[in-house]
Write a protein that binds this ligand. Sequence first.
Ligand code: PZK
Length: 298
Amino acid sequence: MTGAPVLEGLEHRLSGKVRDIYQVDAERLLLVATDRISAFDVVLDDPIPGRGEVLTALTQFWLERTADLVPNHLVGWRAGELPPGARRLAGRAMLVRRLEMIPFECVARGYLVGSGWKEYRAGGTVCGIRLPAGLREADRLPEPLFTPATKAVTGHDENVSESYVSEHLGQRLTGRLRDLTLELYRRGAEHAASRGILLADTKFEFGLATGEVVLADEVLTPDSSRFWPAGAWQPGSSPPSFDKQFVRDWLQAQGWDPAPPAPRLPVEVIEGTAARYREAYERLAGRALDDWLAEARQ
Ligand code: PZK
């Protein structure tokens, strides 16, 4: 049982929590972002209308803005560029080059939160990098860090050191991944800051095609990044994230366990969350989501 829709002429390959992958041919895949949302690692029963479109629109925005720095996997996203069986998914579907994926998450952190804060509190390091003493949760780091992680099949990714990555991939490829990760983070953070949004950290996935490093997957979306409204940031505690916090707060206020099933969301929470996703796209891209969707449907 998978929830992935049947698409004519396409073979369903795998599904993540909220996305599906189809095989188009030997060289190309179709990535589809659904409107499903997870909170506390549980997929909720209520979709957030437009969420999959926002994740797709943001990824398309950033891939276009970073194509001068690193080639990426995107082949097409407008209806006329998609395989015929996928045209009705225009706006939530991306046709991509099939890559040999690199088996590490390439994370950049500008602020000390999440697993980075946990590791620092326990021993003063993040991914083996020693940091100054006395930092507080959510402090801005002296400079952005490359903090790779293994891709866990089940459970959570595990932070590893850059030297651990280079034992597996070699120094040359690891150095390239680190440099790209940090440069992409810097660009994303600088642009987001100009729109009143802090980019606390973000994760990239890269693959190889004919020996060349290619940027893949989602890029600088709220699912791969922590976005904070600039005004909400204050060291000492982790600020609420731009998008899911509304859902998390509501679920927590219900006294939910968090084990499945999650409580059904009231319409105000669904609509409030949908509005936050849309706002994240519109602030970052400087374009109405409906305008982007009209282009995607061409
Ligand atoms: C690939 N994922 C993660 C995404 C899921 C899982 N260009 C590519 N070539 C080969 N493989 C992948 C990609 C990309 N991007 C990405 N897993 C494999 C993922 C969406 C849904 F279930």
